[in-house]
Each structure stands twice: as C-alpha cells, then as structure tokens.
Design a protein around this ligand. Structure first.
Ligand code: AMP
Ligand code: MN
Ligand code: MN
Ligand code: MN
Length: 275
C-alpha cells in the first residue's frame, strides 16, 4: 500500500492548493493520502472532493503545534472529523496566537535591519489566518538574505537567530484530547527533528502513551535511513503503530516527494492497518 500520511497545502505553508496536492499524490502512485496542514483543516473538503474523483483513499488530517518542556513538537491527527467543534475551536485558538507571533517575528527582523517582513510573509501566505515561518523564509530568500529557504532558517529563523521568537503552542494533552474527541488517531510527527537526547525522547514517548497517543512517524521525509531504524525500534519497544509520511510542502522545497517513500520496516504495525 503506497500510503502517505503527512502533507501540506496552501491553507498552511505548502506551495500547492489542496486539489493539486491530491492530484500530484495520485500521479506519484499514492493510494492513501492524508492532508495535514498546520493547525488548520479548511483544505480538507477540497482535497477530499478531488480524491473522490480520482478514486484515491483520502484521510482527513491535521498537524498540531505543541509546546512540551522547552520543545516545539508536532502531533499529527489522522482520521479526524473536520466538523468536530472542540477540534475546530482548539485550532482556531492556536491560529490566533500565530498572528501575534508573526508580528513579533517581523519586529525582531526589523530590529535586525530587515523591514517589511510581515507584509512580505503575508504575500506568500495562501491563508492569512495561517502565517508560518516558512512564509517568512520565502520572503527572506526572495530578497536575497540567504541562498535558499533552508539557509534562511539556519541564519534567521531558528533558536538563537535574529528572527526567532519563543512561542507557547497547545499543550500535549490538549492536542491529543482534541484529536481523540474528533475520532482521530494521534501520531508523533518526525521525531528525528526534535534534537532530544534518547532519555528525553523516551520521556516524551512514555507521556504520549500515557495520554493515549497511538503512533509515530517512522518513515518521514525528515528522517535519514539511520533514523528509520532508530524510530522503528522505538515503535516496537513502546508498542506504537508506525506511520509513513513525506511531509511534502512543494516540488522545489521538499526533499521527499509525495509517495516516494521506502516501505515501513518489517515487524511494524502500520497506523492505517484496519482502516
Ligand atoms: P512554524 O510552525 O510557523 O514554526 O513553521 C514551521 C515550518 O517551517 C515547518 O513546518 C517547515 O515547513 C518549515 N521549516 C522549519 N524548519 C525548516 C528548515 N530548517 N528548513 C526548511 N523549512 C523549515
Ligand atoms: Mn510546514
Ligand atoms: Mn512538522
Ligand atoms: Mn508537516
């Protein structure tokens, strides 16, 4: 089964509209796709309509921004009901805080000698309710502040750099609660990105399990082959289901295209098993 259970569209920080994400996934051989925009579910109806036309199995998803300890984590919800009020209200709350964060980022960049960043980022945002650092990065790259989007992150937008501002996202328990209330399955997104030491990672997974979290991305566009093995072992040890997830944002920006992922390592239970 070519399943790809993590992708982005223009309703968050992806480069393609929802229907085009679905079309590209289908052409790449994906037969089960989740759209998982950051803190936003307004692209799901368009994506599902296109998937139904193509005969592609579509999974309603979302990627929720969470603060845990000093870390920002992403928790993906799969098979959520987009009409669920509790989920909608929780996501609305996070999106409102994104607004004030965007203003603080723009002010920090202004103080570093880069004016006009809020307007610049907004020009790249397909959805004015959802400004991501990726939109700032595209603006900064366009104006030559660094070679490309990746370099912009390294020089401006990550911890300790001039355009980085701390932010309080949702709590881990709230995010899992919203996902479960909406009938969904909770997945730790791209664990290899969090720069935790192994002890901290085990603490996170233990807490995630206590809260009823079900799955972890083992195959991720953010992971190296070595990390596939590390997180496959973690999934087996903690009895987590395993997900396969490109985290596709756009044709030129993403290392991993939709559906072009290795198979899950042997002995893991796919999160989509039984759907
Ligand atoms: P935000 O949720 O607004 O903090 O933005 C996070 C998004 O920025 C991620 O979902 C990626 O799309 C993007 N991003 C984060 N780090 C990097 C990086 N090092 N290179 C390229 N894109 C990144
Ligand atoms: Mn993103
Ligand atoms: Mn993420
Ligand atoms: Mn993502």
């Amino acid at each position: 089964m070519n399943a790809d259970l993590h992708s982005h569209s223009t309703v968050s920080d992806g480069l393609l509209p929802p229907a085009e994400v679905v079309g590209r996934a289908y052409r790449n051989g994906v037969r089960m796709l989740a759209l998982t925009d950051h803190d936003e579910i307004s692209g799901l109806a368009e994506a599902r309509a296109r998937a139904d036309q193509l005969g592609l199995r579509f999974i309603d998803g979302v990627e929720i921004s969470v603060s845990w300890d000093d870390y920002t984590l992403h928790i993906v919800g799969l098979n959520v009901d987009p009409a669920h009020k509790g989920l909608q209200e929780g996501l609305e709350r996070i999106r409102r805080t994104r607004d004030s964060r965007a203003q603080r980022i723009a002010q920090a960049l202004d103080e570093a000698g880069i004016p006009g960043a809020l307007e610049g980022a907004l020009a790249f945002a397909g959805n004015p309710e959802l400004i991501s650092r990726a939109h700032f990065a595209r603006f900064l790259a366009q104006h030559g502040y660094a070679r490309d989007v990746k370099a912009v992150f390294e020089h401006y937008l990550t911890w300790g750099k001039p355009g980085y501002v701390p932010h309080q996202w949702a709590e881990l328990d709230e995010a899992i609660r919203w996902i479960h209330a909406a009938g969904g399955t909770a997945v730790i997104a791209h664990p290899g990105r969090y720069r935790m030491n192994p002890g901290e990672m085990r603490e996170l997974v233990t807490r995630f399990r206590e809260l009823g979290g079900e799955a972890v991305e083992v195959i991720s566009g953010s992971h190296s082959p070595e990390q596939y093995r590390v997180y496959a072992d973690l999934a087996r040890e903690f009895g987590l289901l395993a997900s396969r997830a490109s985290d596709f944002h756009g044709p030129k920006e993403s290392r991993m295209d939709l559906g072009k992922l290795p198979e899950l390592p042997a002995g893991l239970k796919p999160v989509w098993q039984g759907w």
